[in-house]
Design a binder for this molecule. Structure first.
Ligand code: SF4
Length: 441
Protein backbone atom coordinates (compact mmCIF):
# COMPACT_ATOMS: atom_id res chain seq x y z
CA UNK A 1 0.00 0.00 0.00
CA UNK A 2 2.79 2.48 0.87
CA UNK A 3 5.64 0.87 -1.08
CA UNK A 4 6.87 4.09 -2.64
CA UNK A 5 6.37 6.22 0.44
CA UNK A 6 8.93 7.55 2.90
CA UNK A 7 8.63 8.28 6.63
CA UNK A 8 10.66 10.42 9.02
CA UNK A 9 10.45 9.84 12.79
CA UNK A 10 11.27 11.81 15.84
CA UNK A 11 10.97 10.51 19.40
CA UNK A 12 11.31 12.46 22.62
CA UNK A 13 11.30 11.25 26.18
CA UNK A 14 11.87 7.94 27.92
CA UNK A 15 13.00 4.46 26.90
CA UNK A 16 9.34 3.43 26.74
CA UNK A 17 8.70 6.00 24.02
CA UNK A 18 11.74 4.75 22.08
CA UNK A 19 10.60 1.14 22.36
CA UNK A 20 7.13 2.16 21.11
CA UNK A 21 8.54 4.21 18.23
CA UNK A 22 10.77 1.30 17.25
CA UNK A 23 7.77 -1.04 17.15
CA UNK A 24 5.73 1.46 15.13
CA UNK A 25 8.67 1.91 12.72
CA UNK A 26 8.78 -1.85 12.21
CA UNK A 27 5.04 -1.91 11.41
CA UNK A 28 5.27 0.96 8.94
CA UNK A 29 8.24 -0.73 7.29
CA UNK A 30 6.08 -3.88 6.95
CA UNK A 31 3.54 -1.67 5.16
CA UNK A 32 6.15 -0.57 2.65
CA UNK A 33 7.39 2.73 4.09
CA UNK A 34 11.07 3.56 3.71
CA UNK A 35 12.64 5.36 6.61
CA UNK A 36 14.46 8.61 5.87
CA UNK A 37 16.27 11.00 8.22
CA UNK A 38 14.24 14.05 7.20
CA UNK A 39 13.66 16.23 4.15
CA UNK A 40 10.96 15.57 1.52
CA UNK A 41 9.28 12.75 3.43
CA UNK A 42 5.64 11.71 2.76
CA UNK A 43 4.87 10.96 6.40
CA UNK A 44 6.23 12.53 9.58
CA UNK A 45 5.72 10.76 12.92
CA UNK A 46 6.52 12.48 16.22
CA UNK A 47 6.28 10.55 19.50
CA UNK A 48 6.02 13.19 22.20
CA UNK A 49 6.81 13.59 25.91
CA UNK A 50 5.09 15.75 28.52
CA UNK A 51 7.09 15.03 31.68
CA UNK A 52 8.21 18.68 32.04
CA UNK A 53 7.36 22.09 30.59
CA UNK A 54 10.68 22.01 28.75
CA UNK A 55 9.76 18.68 27.17
CA UNK A 56 6.50 20.01 25.71
CA UNK A 57 8.24 23.14 24.40
CA UNK A 58 10.86 20.92 22.73
CA UNK A 59 8.10 18.81 21.15
CA UNK A 60 6.43 21.86 19.59
CA UNK A 61 9.77 23.13 18.33
CA UNK A 62 10.66 19.75 16.78
CA UNK A 63 7.26 19.31 15.11
CA UNK A 64 7.52 22.79 13.53
CA UNK A 65 11.05 21.96 12.30
CA UNK A 66 9.94 18.67 10.73
CA UNK A 67 6.97 20.40 9.05
CA UNK A 68 9.37 22.99 7.54
CA UNK A 69 11.78 20.27 6.38
CA UNK A 70 9.01 18.06 4.89
CA UNK A 71 6.57 20.39 3.11
CA UNK A 72 3.32 18.62 2.15
CA UNK A 73 4.00 15.64 4.43
CA UNK A 74 1.18 14.03 6.40
CA UNK A 75 2.05 14.87 10.03
CA UNK A 76 1.06 12.47 12.81
CA UNK A 77 1.71 13.30 16.47
CA UNK A 78 1.34 10.74 19.25
CA UNK A 79 2.75 10.15 22.74
CA UNK A 80 2.12 11.69 26.17
CA UNK A 81 1.77 15.33 25.05
CA UNK A 82 -0.72 14.26 22.36
CA UNK A 83 -2.77 12.48 25.05
CA UNK A 84 -2.60 15.19 27.72
CA UNK A 85 -3.14 18.36 25.68
CA UNK A 86 -4.05 17.91 22.00
CA UNK A 87 -5.68 21.37 21.91
CA UNK A 88 -2.42 23.05 22.94
CA UNK A 89 -0.66 21.28 20.06
CA UNK A 90 -3.38 22.29 17.59
CA UNK A 91 -3.47 25.92 18.75
CA UNK A 92 0.32 26.35 18.89
CA UNK A 93 1.57 24.27 15.92
CA UNK A 94 0.20 24.67 12.41
CA UNK A 95 0.27 21.78 9.94
CA UNK A 96 -0.55 18.75 12.12
CA UNK A 97 -2.92 16.29 10.40
CA UNK A 98 -3.47 13.64 13.03
CA UNK A 99 -3.15 13.47 16.82
CA UNK A 100 -3.33 9.99 18.30
CA UNK A 101 -3.86 9.41 22.04
CA UNK A 102 -2.45 6.59 24.15
CA UNK A 103 -5.38 4.17 23.77
CA UNK A 104 -4.92 4.13 19.97
CA UNK A 105 -1.11 4.26 19.92
CA UNK A 106 -0.61 0.59 19.10
CA UNK A 107 -1.67 -1.86 16.46
CA UNK A 108 -4.28 0.00 14.51
CA UNK A 109 -2.54 3.34 14.46
CA UNK A 110 -1.75 2.93 10.77
CA UNK A 111 -5.42 2.67 9.84
CA UNK A 112 -5.73 6.44 10.30
CA UNK A 113 -3.19 7.35 7.61
CA UNK A 114 -5.45 7.00 4.59
CA UNK A 115 -3.74 8.05 1.35
CA UNK A 116 -1.54 10.53 3.27
CA UNK A 117 -3.31 13.54 1.82
CA UNK A 118 -3.31 16.38 4.36
CA UNK A 119 -6.41 17.08 6.47
CA UNK A 120 -7.96 20.56 6.38
CA UNK A 121 -8.35 20.31 10.15
CA UNK A 122 -6.21 18.25 12.56
CA UNK A 123 -8.02 14.99 13.42
CA UNK A 124 -7.82 13.86 17.08
CA UNK A 125 -8.18 10.15 17.86
CA UNK A 126 -8.15 9.87 21.65
CA UNK A 127 -10.04 9.14 24.88
CA UNK A 128 -10.10 10.52 28.45
CA UNK A 129 -7.18 8.97 30.41
CA UNK A 130 -9.66 7.07 32.58
CA UNK A 131 -10.65 5.11 29.44
CA UNK A 132 -7.15 4.01 28.50
CA UNK A 133 -7.20 0.23 28.96
CA UNK A 134 -5.20 -1.38 26.16
CA UNK A 135 -1.64 -2.61 26.65
CA UNK A 136 0.28 -2.08 23.40
CA UNK A 137 3.25 -4.46 23.25
CA UNK A 138 6.64 -3.01 22.26
CA UNK A 139 10.22 -4.09 22.05
CA UNK A 140 12.89 -1.84 20.55
CA UNK A 141 15.11 -3.38 17.92
CA UNK A 142 17.25 -0.43 16.86
CA UNK A 143 20.39 -1.67 18.56
CA UNK A 144 21.75 -5.19 17.86
CA UNK A 145 22.96 -5.63 21.44
CA UNK A 146 20.43 -4.04 23.79
CA UNK A 147 16.65 -4.28 23.49
CA UNK A 148 14.09 -2.35 25.53
CA UNK A 149 11.20 -4.69 26.32
CA UNK A 150 8.00 -2.97 27.47
CA UNK A 151 6.61 -5.08 30.34
CA UNK A 152 4.12 -2.66 31.88
CA UNK A 153 2.31 0.61 31.13
CA UNK A 154 0.40 3.26 33.08
CA UNK A 155 0.46 4.08 36.79
CA UNK A 156 -1.96 4.15 39.73
CA UNK A 157 0.28 6.13 42.10
CA UNK A 158 -0.66 9.75 41.23
CA UNK A 159 2.35 11.38 42.89
CA UNK A 160 1.42 15.05 43.32
CA UNK A 161 3.96 16.46 40.81
CA UNK A 162 3.44 13.88 38.05
CA UNK A 163 1.31 13.90 34.89
CA UNK A 164 2.21 10.41 33.69
CA UNK A 165 -0.98 8.71 34.97
CA UNK A 166 -2.95 11.27 32.93
CA UNK A 167 -0.78 10.55 29.87
CA UNK A 168 -0.58 6.77 30.05
CA UNK A 169 -3.64 5.68 32.05
CA UNK A 170 -3.92 3.05 34.79
CA UNK A 171 -1.34 0.34 35.48
CA UNK A 172 -1.64 -2.65 33.10
CA UNK A 173 0.53 -5.37 31.62
CA UNK A 174 0.53 -8.41 29.32
CA UNK A 175 0.87 -12.01 30.56
CA UNK A 176 4.26 -13.40 31.61
CA UNK A 177 4.02 -15.97 28.77
CA UNK A 178 3.82 -13.17 26.15
CA UNK A 179 6.93 -11.49 27.54
CA UNK A 180 8.85 -14.76 27.72
CA UNK A 181 8.00 -15.26 24.03
CA UNK A 182 9.24 -11.73 23.22
CA UNK A 183 12.51 -12.37 25.07
CA UNK A 184 12.91 -15.63 23.14
CA UNK A 185 12.42 -13.69 19.93
CA UNK A 186 15.17 -11.23 20.92
CA UNK A 187 17.51 -14.16 21.63
CA UNK A 188 16.71 -15.69 18.23
CA UNK A 189 17.70 -12.40 16.58
CA UNK A 190 21.04 -12.40 18.39
CA UNK A 191 20.12 -9.82 21.04
CA UNK A 192 22.26 -10.17 24.16
CA UNK A 193 20.74 -7.77 26.64
CA UNK A 194 17.17 -6.86 27.53
CA UNK A 195 16.17 -3.80 29.59
CA UNK A 196 12.77 -4.26 31.24
CA UNK A 197 10.96 -0.99 30.75
CA UNK A 198 7.59 0.53 31.61
CA UNK A 199 6.12 3.31 33.75
CA UNK A 200 5.90 1.53 37.14
CA UNK A 201 7.34 -1.90 36.33
CA UNK A 202 7.39 -3.11 39.94
CA UNK A 203 3.59 -2.90 39.75
CA UNK A 204 3.63 -5.58 37.02
CA UNK A 205 0.74 -8.03 37.39
CA UNK A 206 -1.95 -5.45 38.21
CA UNK A 207 -4.09 -6.47 35.22
CA UNK A 208 -3.26 -10.20 35.07
CA UNK A 209 -2.99 -11.20 38.75
CA UNK A 210 0.69 -12.14 38.25
CA UNK A 211 3.67 -10.39 39.91
CA UNK A 212 7.03 -8.83 39.00
CA UNK A 213 9.13 -11.46 40.86
CA UNK A 214 7.45 -14.28 38.89
CA UNK A 215 8.09 -12.39 35.66
CA UNK A 216 11.80 -12.07 36.47
CA UNK A 217 12.11 -15.76 37.32
CA UNK A 218 10.38 -16.78 34.07
CA UNK A 219 12.58 -14.49 31.96
CA UNK A 220 15.69 -15.81 33.73
CA UNK A 221 15.21 -19.17 31.98
CA UNK A 222 15.18 -17.80 28.43
CA UNK A 223 18.25 -19.30 26.73
CA UNK A 224 20.41 -17.02 24.61
CA UNK A 225 19.92 -13.84 26.61
CA UNK A 226 23.15 -12.82 28.34
CA UNK A 227 21.57 -10.47 30.85
CA UNK A 228 18.55 -8.44 31.89
CA UNK A 229 18.57 -4.99 33.41
CA UNK A 230 15.63 -3.83 35.49
CA UNK A 231 14.62 -0.34 34.25
CA UNK A 232 13.45 2.14 36.87
CA UNK A 233 11.72 0.46 39.86
CA UNK A 234 9.97 2.11 42.82
CA UNK A 235 11.84 1.52 46.13
CA UNK A 236 8.75 0.11 47.84
CA UNK A 237 8.37 -2.42 44.98
CA UNK A 238 12.02 -3.57 44.95
CA UNK A 239 11.33 -6.43 47.35
CA UNK A 240 13.94 -8.05 49.63
CA UNK A 241 12.91 -11.39 48.12
CA UNK A 242 13.78 -10.16 44.61
CA UNK A 243 17.13 -8.77 45.80
CA UNK A 244 18.09 -12.03 47.53
CA UNK A 245 17.13 -13.97 44.39
CA UNK A 246 19.17 -11.69 42.09
CA UNK A 247 22.16 -11.99 44.44
CA UNK A 248 22.01 -15.75 45.09
CA UNK A 249 20.04 -17.56 42.38
CA UNK A 250 19.47 -15.57 39.20
CA UNK A 251 21.51 -16.60 36.13
CA UNK A 252 20.90 -13.48 34.09
CA UNK A 253 19.73 -10.46 36.12
CA UNK A 254 22.43 -7.79 36.29
CA UNK A 255 23.52 -6.06 39.55
CA UNK A 256 22.20 -2.75 38.26
CA UNK A 257 19.38 -0.82 39.92
CA UNK A 258 17.71 2.45 38.95
CA UNK A 259 15.60 3.57 41.91
CA UNK A 260 13.63 6.87 42.03
CA UNK A 261 13.99 8.63 45.39
CA UNK A 262 12.91 12.12 44.27
CA UNK A 263 13.73 13.75 47.64
CA UNK A 264 15.90 12.92 50.65
CA UNK A 265 13.53 14.62 53.11
CA UNK A 266 10.50 12.86 54.63
CA UNK A 267 8.59 16.14 54.66
CA UNK A 268 9.05 16.60 50.90
CA UNK A 269 8.29 12.91 50.23
CA UNK A 270 5.00 13.45 52.08
CA UNK A 271 4.21 16.49 49.89
CA UNK A 272 4.96 14.36 46.82
CA UNK A 273 2.74 11.54 48.15
CA UNK A 274 5.53 9.04 47.56
CA UNK A 275 4.96 5.56 49.09
CA UNK A 276 8.07 5.26 51.27
CA UNK A 277 10.23 7.35 53.56
CA UNK A 278 13.99 7.93 53.76
CA UNK A 279 14.39 5.12 56.32
CA UNK A 280 12.94 2.55 53.91
CA UNK A 281 15.04 3.92 51.07
CA UNK A 282 18.27 3.75 53.08
CA UNK A 283 17.45 0.20 54.20
CA UNK A 284 16.95 -0.88 50.55
CA UNK A 285 20.23 0.68 49.44
CA UNK A 286 22.11 -0.94 52.33
CA UNK A 287 20.56 -4.34 51.53
CA UNK A 288 21.66 -4.02 47.88
CA UNK A 289 25.20 -3.12 49.03
CA UNK A 290 25.24 -6.02 51.50
CA UNK A 291 24.05 -8.60 48.93
CA UNK A 292 25.69 -7.13 45.81
CA UNK A 293 28.63 -4.93 46.94
CA UNK A 294 29.61 -3.93 43.38
CA UNK A 295 26.10 -3.24 42.10
CA UNK A 296 25.45 -0.05 40.15
CA UNK A 297 22.78 2.03 41.90
CA UNK A 298 21.34 5.03 40.06
CA UNK A 299 18.93 7.33 41.92
CA UNK A 300 16.39 9.79 40.46
CA UNK A 301 16.09 13.00 42.46
CA UNK A 302 14.06 16.15 41.87
CA UNK A 303 15.19 19.63 42.92
CA UNK A 304 12.90 22.53 43.75
CA UNK A 305 9.62 20.71 44.43
CA UNK A 306 6.88 22.98 45.79
CA UNK A 307 7.31 23.19 49.57
CA UNK A 308 11.02 22.30 49.46
CA UNK A 309 12.41 25.03 51.69
CA UNK A 310 16.20 25.66 51.72
CA UNK A 311 16.42 23.69 55.00
CA UNK A 312 14.54 20.71 53.52
CA UNK A 313 16.79 20.79 50.46
CA UNK A 314 19.90 20.71 52.69
CA UNK A 315 18.37 17.72 54.50
CA UNK A 316 17.83 16.04 51.13
CA UNK A 317 21.36 16.85 49.97
CA UNK A 318 23.00 15.44 53.13
CA UNK A 319 20.86 12.30 52.90
CA UNK A 320 21.97 11.73 49.29
CA UNK A 321 25.58 12.52 50.13
CA UNK A 322 25.49 9.85 52.86
CA UNK A 323 24.08 7.11 50.59
CA UNK A 324 26.48 4.54 49.02
CA UNK A 325 25.04 4.95 45.52
CA UNK A 326 26.81 5.13 42.13
CA UNK A 327 25.06 8.00 40.38
CA UNK A 328 22.20 10.48 40.72
CA UNK A 329 19.79 11.50 37.93
CA UNK A 330 18.86 15.01 39.05
CA UNK A 331 16.12 17.03 37.35
CA UNK A 332 14.38 20.29 38.09
CA UNK A 333 10.79 20.37 39.28
CA UNK A 334 8.43 22.04 36.79
CA UNK A 335 4.77 22.82 37.24
CA UNK A 336 2.43 20.43 35.37
CA UNK A 337 -1.20 21.31 34.61
CA UNK A 338 -3.73 19.22 36.50
CA UNK A 339 -1.34 18.07 39.26
CA UNK A 340 -2.03 18.51 42.99
CA UNK A 341 1.45 19.91 43.62
CA UNK A 342 0.12 23.21 42.23
CA UNK A 343 -1.75 23.71 45.52
CA UNK A 344 1.45 23.42 47.60
CA UNK A 345 3.37 26.43 48.96
CA UNK A 346 5.94 27.91 49.12
CA UNK A 347 7.01 28.02 45.43
CA UNK A 348 10.76 27.72 44.87
CA UNK A 349 12.00 30.43 42.46
CA UNK A 350 13.29 28.94 39.16
CA UNK A 351 16.90 30.22 39.56
CA UNK A 352 17.00 28.58 43.00
CA UNK A 353 15.68 25.31 41.52
CA UNK A 354 18.42 25.32 38.88
CA UNK A 355 21.07 26.04 41.50
CA UNK A 356 19.92 23.05 43.55
CA UNK A 357 19.94 20.81 40.46
CA UNK A 358 23.49 21.97 39.67
CA UNK A 359 24.65 20.99 43.18
CA UNK A 360 23.08 17.54 42.74
CA UNK A 361 24.78 17.12 39.36
CA UNK A 362 28.13 17.91 40.99
CA UNK A 363 27.45 15.42 43.78
CA UNK A 364 26.52 12.82 41.18
CA UNK A 365 29.76 13.32 39.22
CA UNK A 366 31.76 12.77 42.40
CA UNK A 367 29.86 9.61 43.26
CA UNK A 368 30.19 8.19 39.75
CA UNK A 369 33.93 8.79 39.65
CA UNK A 370 34.32 7.15 43.07
CA UNK A 371 32.28 4.16 41.90
CA UNK A 372 34.35 3.77 38.72
CA UNK A 373 37.55 4.02 40.77
CA UNK A 374 36.29 1.26 43.09
CA UNK A 375 35.92 -1.04 40.07
CA UNK A 376 39.45 -0.65 38.67
CA UNK A 377 41.26 -4.00 38.68
CA UNK A 378 38.05 -6.00 39.11
CA UNK A 379 37.06 -8.78 36.71
CA UNK A 380 33.91 -7.98 34.74
CA UNK A 381 31.84 -9.25 31.80
CA UNK A 382 31.52 -6.73 28.97
CA UNK A 383 29.17 -6.83 25.97
CA UNK A 384 30.83 -4.92 23.14
CA UNK A 385 28.58 -2.68 21.08
CA UNK A 386 28.74 -2.04 17.37
CA UNK A 387 30.34 1.23 16.31
CA UNK A 388 29.94 3.01 12.99
CA UNK A 389 32.92 4.72 11.39
CA UNK A 390 33.32 8.37 12.50
CA UNK A 391 33.67 11.49 10.33
CA UNK A 392 35.90 11.00 7.29
CA UNK A 393 35.72 7.22 8.03
CA UNK A 394 37.97 7.71 11.08
CA UNK A 395 37.79 4.57 13.26
CA UNK A 396 36.06 5.25 16.56
CA UNK A 397 36.95 3.45 19.78
CA UNK A 398 34.69 0.57 20.77
CA UNK A 399 32.43 0.74 23.86
CA UNK A 400 30.62 -1.78 25.97
CA UNK A 401 29.01 -2.07 29.39
CA UNK A 402 29.85 -4.40 32.24
CA UNK A 403 27.09 -6.19 34.14
CA UNK A 404 27.33 -3.47 36.81
CA UNK A 405 26.92 -0.74 34.18
CA UNK A 406 30.50 0.48 33.86
CA UNK A 407 31.18 1.91 30.41
CA UNK A 408 34.37 0.45 28.96
CA UNK A 409 36.33 1.85 26.02
CA UNK A 410 39.00 0.12 23.96
CA UNK A 411 40.43 -0.01 20.46
CA UNK A 412 37.84 -0.98 17.87
CA UNK A 413 37.71 -4.66 16.87
CA UNK A 414 34.62 -5.42 14.71
CA UNK A 415 35.04 -9.14 15.36
CA UNK A 416 33.97 -8.45 18.95
CA UNK A 417 30.78 -6.49 18.13
CA UNK A 418 27.81 -7.84 20.07
CA UNK A 419 29.93 -10.45 21.87
CA UNK A 420 30.57 -10.93 25.60
CA UNK A 421 34.06 -10.92 27.06
CA UNK A 422 35.28 -11.41 30.63
CA UNK A 423 38.18 -9.10 31.38
CA UNK A 424 40.04 -7.34 34.18
CA UNK A 425 39.43 -3.59 34.30
CA UNK A 426 43.10 -2.70 34.05
CA UNK A 427 42.99 0.81 32.71
CA UNK A 428 42.34 4.40 33.58
CA UNK A 429 39.24 6.50 34.12
CA UNK A 430 38.64 8.98 31.35
CA UNK A 431 35.98 10.91 29.43
CA UNK A 432 34.35 9.86 26.15
CA UNK A 433 31.71 11.49 23.95
CA UNK A 434 29.18 9.43 25.88
CA UNK A 435 30.44 10.21 29.39
CA UNK A 436 32.77 8.65 31.94
CA UNK A 437 34.62 5.49 30.83
CA UNK A 438 37.30 3.11 31.94
CA UNK A 439 39.78 2.97 29.07
CA UNK A 440 41.50 -0.38 28.77
CA UNK A 441 44.39 -1.28 26.52
S1 SF4 B 1 5.12 6.42 40.40
FE1 SF4 B 1 4.62 8.57 40.64
S2 SF4 B 1 6.25 9.63 39.53
FE2 SF4 B 1 6.25 7.51 38.81
S3 SF4 B 1 4.93 7.51 37.02
FE3 SF4 B 1 3.68 6.97 38.77
S4 SF4 B 1 2.76 8.90 39.42
FE4 SF4 B 1 4.51 9.39 38.13
Amino acid sequence: MYTDKTVAYYTLGCRLNFAESSTLAYRLQQMGFTRVKTGGSDLVVVNTCAVTEQATAKCRQQIRKLIRENPGAFVMVTGCYAQIDPQALISQVEGIDLIVGTEYKGEDITSYLGDLSKNSEPKVISTRFQEIHTFHASCSADDRTRHFLKVQDGCDYFCTYCTIPMARGRSRNPHIADLVASAGNVAQHGGKEIVLTGVNIGDFGRSTGEDFFSLCRALDDVEGIERYRIGSIEPNLLTDELLHWIANESKRFAPHFHIPLQAGSDEVLRLMRRRYDTALFRRKIELVRQLLPDAFIGVDVMAGMRGETPELFEQSYSFLDSLPVSQLHPFTYSERTGTRALEIKPIVPMPERHERTARLVELSERKLRDFYASQLGSSRRVIWEEVTAGRKGRQQPMHGFTENYIRIETECNPALFNTCQTLTLDGSIGESTQGLVIKIR
